[in-house]
Write a new protein. Structure first.
Length: 113
């Protein structure tokens, strides 16, 4: 029962962070874009944790333990992969911005290639 309640609380926290990332201002800096790119994985992790919490509260203890472990591992794996992809995206954006015009030819003083 404790694991189920903890999973539900973690799901609410993850969903809150995901929603917060999506509702932030539309500032076009790399960190804001990286946070926005991470929001879908946070929401997916929230769904996995909520499912694990519901099963932990409703199923028999042996079944619930296995499902909770699988849901927590899946949520952590999803967050890890999403963080990795978001960091790679941010690094690519930084490299592109530092390389030249980066699509902003109106204010760019260099000739676009």
């Amino acid at each position: 029962m404790i694991a189920g309640v903890l999973c539900i609380c973690a799901a609410v926290a993850s969903a809150g962070f995901g929603s917060w990332s999506l509702s932030r201002n539309q500032v076009v800096d790399t960190s804001a874009l990286a946070l926005r790119a991470l929001a879908p994985t946070q929401l997916a992790a929230a769904i996995m944790l909520a499912a694990g919490g519901v099963v932990a509260l409703a199923a028999s203890p042996h079944t619930a333990l296995v499902v909770v472990i699988v849901c927590i591992a899946g949520a952590l794996g999803t967050l890890t992969a999403g963080s990795w992809q978001s960091a790679r995206f941010a690094l690519r954006q930084e490299a592109t911005a530092a390389a030249g015009c980066a699509g902003g030819c109106v204010i760019c003083t260099q000739s676009c290639h």
